[in-house]
Design a protein around this ligand. Structure first.
Ligand code: PLP
Length: 438
């Protein structure tokens, strides 16, 4: 008893110190002070062990501290830490760019721009789109999350708190309805709707507000992440791509969360055969080291020296971690994401049969959302219940995160096993039972 109280105090002490000096703008769902990680396990400052189904927000693709990633980082740190990719050449950056260029699922090979984060990858895409098309406008989707710097924030609209107080944002950004079939923005039913939400852009937005010849790019998440793990039907993204092509608009696929094998393919656009002009990557790309990437068709990325750069972007340690990550993904982790994702989804659907509050289970690979409702008829959002589930799972040693107003996301490392999934879901099921019987 005494031991436990001392242990709890350590986390509480860190949190008290955090509150005195760290910006309060971060969103912390529960008081987890994490000090160590291995694979799917992490430990807090008090030594308590957790099963991590958040993967550092879908970032540690290869699990915590995979030995091959750690070795790559150590090797590179011994050789060179920084010279600046803006003024000097780095072999590791070149090797990684060659690899990514070959993987790029567009119509040409890609050229690569390196930054440090998802938002920088999006900013680079927005700047390149304006530079090349000489057009000013952008279109993104309701519920989208593309980052928090001014350009990307102008595309983001998943929560109003992310925008409140920061206007004016970039002018001339418009938000089209996303194919959120569970809550169809047009009140239609799939498939009889014939994906009317995609036609809406041409028939309504272009007709009334946005001249298409002024649109530089459409930014789109193949599966919405922060907005609620919303997975559109397979016909939707190809329709958006077709529309973009028709009007000479560039397609910027934001694969910051869906990319790097998470959905069972290296890039989620590959599932539906879409060939974007640009792809933004970050999160899982370097197993937790900071790295943001904009891949663009070779003929598109031909801006002059000085047009865009970043001091830390493409740091050699991050690039080596990324090369090791891609090796591991190709050697089996991506396949595992497909396999275990299917199992996870199937097991969650079984839970849906047991618990009325699970309105929908959706996603692809290891990007799975469970949307909670107060009642399946009205689909009233059960945001409080969602938070309670996540907090109780935390107390039971399972780390989950929310997304959207009422969805629980499951995005474990791509190394997850069936046993991990069984363990996680038995905690989730017990949590539902405990909460609902109260
Ligand atoms: N795009 C998507 C789809 C994301 O999920 C995120 C982060 O959650 C971002 C962009 C922004 O990435 P970062 O936080 O690295 O700037």
């Amino acid at each position: 008893m005494t031991k436990r109280r001392t242990a709890m105090t350590r986390s509480a002490e860190w949190i008290a110190r955090d509150h005195r000096v760290i910006s309060p703008s971060y969103t912390r769902s529960y008081p987890a002070v994490i000090v160590r990680g291995r694979g799917l396990k992490v430990w807090d400052a008090d030594g308590k062990e957790y099963l991590d189904f958040s993967a550092g927000i879908a970032t540690v693709a290869t699990g915590h501290c995979h030995p091959k990633i750690v070795a790559a980082i150590k090797r590179q740190a011994d050789e060179l830490i920084h010279m600046s990719g803006t003024d000097f050449y780095y072999p590791s950056q070149i090797k990684l760019a060659e690899k990514l260029s070959a993987l790029f699922p567009g119509e040409e090979r890609a050229r690569i721009f390196f930054g440090n984060s998802g938002t920088e990858a999006i900013e680079a895409g927005m700047k390149l789109a304006r530079y090349k098309t000489k057009r000013t406008r952008f279109i993104s989707f309701v519920g989208a999350f593309h980052g928090r710097t001014f350009g990307s924030l102008s595309l983001t609209n998943s929560k109003s708190v992310q925008r409140r107080g920061f206007s004016p944002l970039l002018p001339q950004t418009s938000h089209a309805p996303f194919a959120y079939c569970y809550r169809c923005p047009l009140n239609l039913k799939y498939p009889s709707c014939k994906i009317a939400c995609a036609d809406y852009i041409e028939e309504e937005i272009f007709r009334t507000t946005v001249p298409p010849e002024e649109v530089a790019a459409i930014a789109v998440e193949p599966i919405q992440g922060e907005g609620g793990y919303v997975s559109p039907p397979p016909e939707w993204l190809p329709k958006i791509a077709q529309l973009a092509k028709k009007y000479g608009i560039l397609l910027l696929a934001d694969e910051v969360q869906t990319g790097m094998g998470r959905t069972g393919a290296m890039f989620a656009v590959e599932h539906v055969g879409v060939k974007p002009d640009m792809i933004a990557l970050a999160k899982g790309i370097a197993s937790g080291l900071p790295l943001g990437v904009l891949m663009a068709r070779q003929s598109l990325m031909d801006w002059p020296p000085g047009a865009h750069a970043s001091t830390f972007g493409g740091n050699p340690i991050s690039c080596e971690a990324s090369l090791a990550t891609i090796d591991l993904l190709e050697a089996g982790f991506m396949e595992n994401a497909e396999l275990q994702g299917r199992y996870l989804m199937g097991e969650l659907k079984k839970l849906q049969n047991e618990f009325e509050s699970i309105g929908e289970v959706r996603g692809m690979g290891l990007m799975v959302g469970m949307e909670l409702v107060l009642d399946r008829e009205t689909k009233k959002r059960a945001g409080k219940l969602r938070d309670q589930i996540i907090e109780t799972c935390f107390a039971q040693g399972l780390l989950l995160l929310g997304c959207g107003p009422n969805t629980v996301r499951f995005c474990p490392a791509l190394t997850v096993t069936r046993k991990d999934i069984d363990q996680a879901l038995s905690i989730v099921a017990q949590t539902f039972r405990d909460i609902l019987k109260k």
